[in-house]
Design a protein. Structure first.
Length: 202
């Protein structure tokens, strides 16, 4: 466990002999720590999640010392900006807008005006959890057995894009033709952690 700043602490614990898990307050701090650690911390892989960062392929004691230098209020480096064209025609658009006290076009305007940031990846290869939503959105009470690839959904404070068809409980507001995951690319995930994203209504 190492001190961070004046009032907050990052909790660290070894995961086996060659990994360390750091626990922070939220997804924003996890991303900030992960991006700060690149080039500073001696680990093979640095993987942010909702409120943790995994440092894999490292000396846990050494990395714990290095992580103690991170400040949670440090400015997060700006990542690459990627524009994602979206047809806002999802099956939940109208009902979600109504539940938020908005017209559908108002929801679309607010969602596409915001700059989103990929906090972490998970669920399936290429599925990125993007912060920047204006709302806290409940999941569907009954998940769909199949959500098509390219579906743009909202859940909690996040926006996500389904890279492949799968079951899912996010509220779908649109779809995109962008290829989220391609194992043949140098970087298979189109939207790795730290990427800035703007959704462009079409």
């Amino acid at each position: 466990m190492g001190p961070v700043g004046d009032t907050e602490r990052v909790l660290t614990r070894p995961v086996g002999a060659r990994a360390l898990l750091a626990e922070v307050a939220d997804a924003g701090q996890a991303l900030s720590l992960a991006l700060w650690a690149r080039g500073r911390v001696s680990a093979v892989e640095i993987v942010p999640a909702a409120c943790t960062v995994l440092f894999d392929g490292c000396s846990p004691d050494r990395v714990a010392e290095q992580v103690a230098a991170w400040e949670p209020d440090a400015e997060t480096p700006a990542g690459e900006l990627v524009e994602i064209p979206v047809a806002y025609d999802g099956p939940d658009l109208e009902s979600l807008a109504q539940s938020l006290g908005l017209e559908a076009d108002e929801l679309v305007a607010a969602h596409s005006a915001a700059e989103h940031v990929v906090a972490f990846c998970g669920f399936s290869p290429g599925f990125s959890y993007l912060t920047g939503s204006c709302w806290e959105v409940p999941r569907l009470s009954t998940p769909r057995p199949r959500v098509e690839a390219g579906s743009v959904g909202l859940a909690g404070p996040f926006t996500g894009i389904y890279p492949t068809a799968s079951p899912g409980g996010w509220q779908v507001v649109g779809h995109t033709d962008a290829l989220l995951w391609d194992a043949a690319r140098v970087e298979p995930a189109l939207l790795p952690p730290g990427t800035r994203v703007r959704f462009v209504a079409r």
